[in-house]
Design a protein around this ligand. Structure first.
Ligand code: ADP
Length: 257
């Protein structure tokens, strides 16, 4: 692994060929009342990496994601996105894409307007905007549904639109919190494939939250296994599965089926 001190722009490979760091997190701590839910999180997410936070309910995954997104403050620690301190920036200023359950599509807008929403601040002319929206809807396989309202779509289609909306303005980092949680098994497998394809195509840096081991194994370049506000393991799926660093991790993966 390369050291990352002084990286300002994260898009270039480091001299030894490793990918540079997109998000740098050090010693993040967070308590609610007197319960410490994050106990010193250290994490480097590399450019283009698909990193998953995996762990049981209550282990702190969503809290960490919400802190990175800017919806929640942290008590101490440091966070840099492509070299820049983002701790004091509002969620909108952080230049992130988000696919959260609470971040639903706007019901009164068409699919196309939902996807265009995040592009408003770009001040593109309408032809360019339309072309971009079409391109994103094609990428998620829904160009024919541009004029529908969200309620006229299935759950899986709505998730695809949410993904297209999040990716339309090429965020530096895409955060996804259990995006497939509400879908049935078949649809989930289909959406996993879709996510893999989109990720390969765009190379977006992703942090993905799930409690589903199989989903994490299928999607991730690396997995951080969370246990009571700490990482119990952080490695590639193969390494974690074959050489679990603790009994907690081993037990967690052995329950995968
Ligand atoms: P996970 O995403 O792994 O299920 P969370 O990050 O949602 O875990 O929650 C971690 C712990 O923090 C849980 O015990 C939860 O009850 C607590 N928690 C989360 N958000 C709040 C909040 N706003 N106020 C108080 N406690 C919270």
């Amino acid at each position: 692994m390369t050291t990352v001190a002084g990286v300002e722009r994260g898009t270039q490979p480091t001299p030894d060929g490793a990918r540079s760091v997109a998000l740098h997190v050090r010693s993040i701590r967070k308590s609610f009342a007197n319960q410490e839910v994050l106990r010193g999180i250290d994490l480097d997410v590399h450019e283009g990496e698909f990193l998953t936070l995996l762990g049981p309910s209550g282990s702190g995954k969503t809290t960490l994601l919400r802190i990175i997104a800017g919806f929640e403050s942290h008590d101490s620690g440091e966070m840099r996105l492509q070299g820049n301190d983002i701790s004091r920036l509002s969620p909108a200023q952080r230049d992130l894409g988000m696919v959260f359950q609470q971040y639903a599509l706007f019901p009164h807008m068409t699919v196309a307007d939902n996807v265009a929403y995040g592009l408003k601040m770009r001040r593109w002319d309408s032809a360019k905007l339309r072309a971009r929206v079409e391109q994103m809807l094609e990428m998620v396989g829904l160009p024919h549904l541009a004029d529908r309202k969200p309620r006229q779509l299935s759950g899986g289609q709505q998730q695809r639109v949410a993904l297209a909306r999040a990716l339309a303005y090429e965020p530096k980092l895409l955060l996804m919190d259990e995006p497939l949680g509400a879908l049935d098994k078949n649809l989930r497998l289909q959406m996993e494939e879709e996510l893999r394809r989109v990720h390969r195509q765009l190379g977006t840096t992703v942090i993905y939250v799930t409690h589903d081991q199989e989903e994490a194994l299928a999607l991730s370049d690396r997995i951080a296994v969370m246990q009571e506000g700490r990482f119990a393991g952080l490695d590639t799926p193969t390494a974690l599965y074959q050489r679990p660093p603790s009994t907690f991790v081993a037990r967690f993966f052995s329950n995968a089926n």
